[in-house]
Ligand binder design. Structure first.
Ligand code: PGA
Length: 258
């Protein structure tokens, strides 16, 4: 059975102190509301800035189902790449997850499908669970190209993986027009795309792998709309940006499975 997941993407927000405070509030919430007792038994991942990662990973280490992750990694293991952070370093900081291909990385940092395939490879090699992001921009949706765009992103980024490796990946569908805009995909739009993604996974890797792949929705998902989105059959949780920065909102989202 595929895992339900609620992940917070802190992006470039919060000082170290603020980040530690937020993670300790989420930890308290999980202590009072053990994830395995909540509806959907969700796993929770905090994707923090690199500066916060080792502290947050240590802080949540004893909390069942609560994990830390990085928002990016370099394509190489190590070397002369000033300012960069490798998958091996993330693993050594005690984090088990990494976001790959967030639309902000694709658009502001020019990360191509080829680069993202390499990042996925190095992440898996270092025993990190990649959360691979995909999604179309508004013009692509308006031109009704959104299925094709997402298909291409997945084919180039992931579909070259062996079935064993693919089974370790989580997918986050994040329509770019919904990220940070306050405009959320309707539950129907999310379900339609998630079902499509599952269908192309089934074509490539078979029904069992497709059935077991967690596909999260991201893009202005918040405490008010999470329940309706998570109620959809193929929506296995969310990747939450803005609403993950407040413990109360994020906790409400964690409890939103029905
Ligand atoms: P948002 O961001 O929830 O603030 O729209 C989601 C994301 O970018 O992962």
């Amino acid at each position: 059975m595929r895992k339900k997941i609620v992940a917070g993407n802190w992006k470039m927000n919060l000082t170290l102190e603020e980040g530690k405070q937020l993670s300790s509030e989420i930890k308290d919430f999980v202590r009072q509301n053990p994830l395995q007792n909540l509806k959907g038994q969700p796993g929770v991942i905090l994707f923090t800035p690199f500066i916060h990662l080792a502290s947050v990973a240590a802080d949540v280490a004893e909390s069942e189902g609560l994990e830390a992750g990085a928002q990016n990694c370099h394509t190489e293991e190590k070397g002369a790449y000033t300012g960069e952070t490798s998958a091996m370093m993330i693993q050594s900081a005690g984090a088990g997850n990494v976001l790959i291909g967030h639309s902000e990385r694709r658009s502001y940092f020019g990360e191509t499908d080829e680069v993202l395939a390499k990042k996925t490879e190095i992440a898996l090699k270092n025993n990190l669970r990649p959360m691979f992001c995909c999604g179309e921009v508004l013009e692509e949706r308006n031109a009704e190209n959104h299925f094709q765009v997402v298909k291409k992103q997945l084919e180039k980024g992931l579909f070259w993986l062996s079935p064993v490796d693919f089974a370790k990946v989580v997918i986050a569908y994040e329509p770019v027009w919904a990220i940070g805009t306050g405009v959320t995909a309707s539950p129907g739009q999310a379900q339609e795309m998630h079902a499509y993604i599952r269908s192309i996974i089934a074509e490539k890797y078979g029904d069992i792998v497709a059935h077991n792949t967690s596909i999260l929705y991201g893009g202005s998902c918040n405490a008010q709309n999470a329940e309706e989105l998570f109620a959809k059959e193929d929506v296995d949780g969310g990747l939450i940006g803005g609403a993950s920065l407040k413990a109360a909102d994020f906790s409400t989202i964690i409890k939103s499975f029905s």
